[in-house]
Design a binder for this molecule. Sequence first.
Ligand code: SF4
Ligand code: SF4
Length: 198
Amino acid sequence: MIKTWELDPSFKYEIMKEPGGEHITSCYQCSTCTIGCPITELVPDYNPRKIIQMSLLGMRNEVLTSPDLWICLICQTCTARCPQDVRISDLLGAIRRIAEKEAEAGKLKIDSSRPLFDKAFQHQLEKHGRLYDMGLAMEYYPKKEGSFISGMKAMMKDYKDFGMRMFKKGKMGPKAMLPVKVKDRTVIKKIFEEMGEK
Ligand code: SF4
Ligand code: SF4
């Protein structure tokens, strides 16, 4: 049930100030984004149009604590099809950034391990200039599970099914134990410096 006195009408303006959130008010709720979203095949209740509508209504707390905020694969199908150029995946990224800032300030709890994964992914790019799968797994799983041992157990469980495929491609196993670094990482360093400033 929506309680009108709990709505925050300024939430959409807060989103518009974040890079990627500028076009939220152009949405006219046609649902084209949701109809074409591949995630809905696996999670039928996932609905990016609804997230946008809730944001426009000012349901700030419900949006920022929704696990659905973290499901988007950033495949850009919705962005390509939206008749209003809303750029939905960028918009979801803008809302996620607000949620992360609120979580860092201790004002809410994020119901997803995606921020941990995204940060671990980003650290690998920053350090090596390219993805280092072992480094990603070794950083992500212990943080997600709260300890190194539990993290390794969770990693083994997750990798049980597709580990052999990764092994065959050289992404796991002895050949993949050490990172292959990009030689000249000055451009990468610059990109991360500029990202940090923003
Ligand atoms: S496709 Fe664009 S205009 Fe239509 S509901 Fe999605 S974001 Fe809104
Ligand atoms: S970018 Fe995200 S919301 Fe849009 S279609 Fe892809 S998975 Fe769905």
